[in-house]
Design a protein. Structure first.
Length: 103
């Protein structure tokens, strides 16, 4: 369903340590914007009864059933977009603005 790169797993773990939220799952949410693109949100949260749970490395990720279809076959990575500027990116073939990385 969702792939999380080793770089993203490492940053999620670091963020949990820094925010003192170790042991809490990371919630990933997705919703459609008016232009049909996808908006993403992430944060540490308790899991809910109807959540889908994914384990990446030793990080637990939860996704609501409503977000699961929008995130199907996505990859989450943590990359340096500009020198010294790192951020999470979503590589999501379900998003009409997605362009596969050129190799």
């Amino acid at each position: 369903m969702i792939t999380v790169t080793p770089a993203a797993v490492a940053q999620i773990k670091l963020s949990a340590e820094q925010g003192k939220t170790e042991g809490m799952p990371l919630r990933i949410a997705a919703s459609r914007n008016e232009d049909n693109s996808i908006h993403y949100a992430m944060g540490f949260d308790d899991s809910k009864e109807d959540d889908i749970t994914i384990t990446a490395g030793d990080v637990e990720i939860v996704v609501s059933a409503a977000s699961a279809d929008l995130l199907k076959n996505s990859t989450i990575d943590y990359v340096e977009l500009e020198p010294g500027k790192f951020q999470f990116i979503f590589l999501n073939p379900n998003d009409p603005t997605y362009k596969p990385p050129s190799e």
